[in-house]
Design a protein around this ligand. Structure first.
Ligand SMILES: Cc1cc2nc3c(=O)[nH]c(=O)nc-3n(C[C@H](O)[C@H](O)[C@H](O)COP(=O)(O)OP(=O)(O)OC[C@H]3O[C@@H](n4cnc5c(N)ncnc54)[C@H](O)[C@@H]3O)c2cc1C
Length: 298
């Protein structure tokens, strides 16, 4: 009889602390062998696959504020770490003010998976293919973190250092992600290229946010983030500059798409070759910027 290559989860201890302070102290004391989790859709799969070997999984989902999603018309949207992606996508506040985040969340896997998977888990997992990272960065997201030295904020623009590598330290627990109000009249688009419609990771993901900006020569600002084409979510700054500095025409958009392709440094893997990914960056940036430009023109 053939052996099952993934027979199930290895033994681990389930820890349910009563407070953030208790959870943080436990995680710091057991650095390297304990991990907090939210939906567990990365955690338990990676443990089953023997890529992660944690002795302790620390359940912080039910601690204070973790399941709240709140909107303040002056300050923006705050999504508790344990709020799942379906709850974000169903939030009237998110739909009205942050449709780009909703579009990105809805692109993740299946409805079933999104009833467990969280945006904060997607961020903390720091996969270059994470679908919601681009929108979270472009919308000015800030992670609220509780650590052994107290609370702090981590702007997502400086949070990612490589696959699975972030500013989080042992003992840190992300409690929420906060988004300020988007710029006036901002519109966005997320295009995900994957091998099928059944929950595959992105071969390439292109997030674009655009809005009027009187400070630029073109009168508009476009922000562009690329997934799955670099070790971290890649901000295509050269492409953004082209779109800020020249009138928005087909030629300008084509030049920006080329600059985004030139900036990307993908690897080849089972989902696509590096060459294919680079070419698709050019195609999809052109399409996403054109879509956003069309929406900006009403
Ligand atoms: C079948 C399948 C399909 C998938 N498809 C996609 C897809 O299409 N797109 C995509 O982007 N991802 C996909 N994923 C990956 C995964 O679902 C996402 O990354 C998800 O957002 C992770 O959220 P989670 O709440 O389940 O994270 P968890 O598994 O709970 O945690 C993930 C990581 O973040 C850390 N972490 C979680 N919460 C905290 C916290 N509060 N403080 C500090 N660290 C924390 C954990 O320690 C762990 O290292 C898929 C996974 C599976 C199993």
């Amino acid at each position: 009889m053939a052996l099952n290559p993934t027979p199930g989860l290895p033994p681990f201890e389930y820890i349910k602390p009563a407070s953030l302070a208790e959870a943080s102290a436990f995680l710091a004391e057991h650095a390297g062998e304990a991990r907090p989790f939210m939906g567990g859709t990365d955690t338990f799969v990676r443990m089953r696959d023997k890529a992660w070997h944690d002795k302790f999984v620390v359940d912080v989902k039910n601690l204070e504020g973790m399941r709240n999603i709140t909107f303040d018309p002056q300050n923006g949207l705050t999504i508790g770490a344990a709020v799942n992606m379906n709850q974000v996508a169903a939030s009237p506040f998110a739909q009205e003010h942050y449709p780009l985040l909703v579009e990105a969340a809805r692109s993740v896997a299946s409805y079933q998976l999104r009833s467990r998977a969280t945006i904060v888990g997607n961020i903390c997992n720091a996969s270059p293919a994470g679908d919601t990272l681009g929108a979270s960065i472009l919308l000015g997201g800030v992670l609220h973190v509780y650590g052994v030295d107290g609370e702090r904020d981590e702007p997502l623009s400086e949070f990612f250092h490589g696959p699975g590598k972030t500013n989080l330290k042992p003992g840190d627990i992300a409690t929420a992600v906060h988004f300020p109000l988007p710029p006036a009249d901002a519109v966005g688009r997320y295009i995900k290229l994957n091998r099928n419609n059944d929950g595959d990771l992105a071969i390439v993901g292109v997030t674009v946010l655009g809005y009027p900006d009187s400070a630029t020569a073109s009168g508009f600002r476009f922000k562009i983030a690329l997934a799955s084409v670099a070790p971290v979510p890649l901000i295509a700054t050269a492409a953004e500059d082209i779109l800020a500095n020249s009138p928005i025409t087909d030629d300008t958009i084509t030049a920006a798409a080329q600059a985004a392709m030139d900036a990307s440094t993908p690897i080849s893997d089972t989902r696509g070759s590096a060459e294919y990914r680079k070419l698709m960056v050019r195609n999809l940036v052109k399409r996403a910027v054109s879509d956003v430009w069309g929406k900006l023109q009403g």
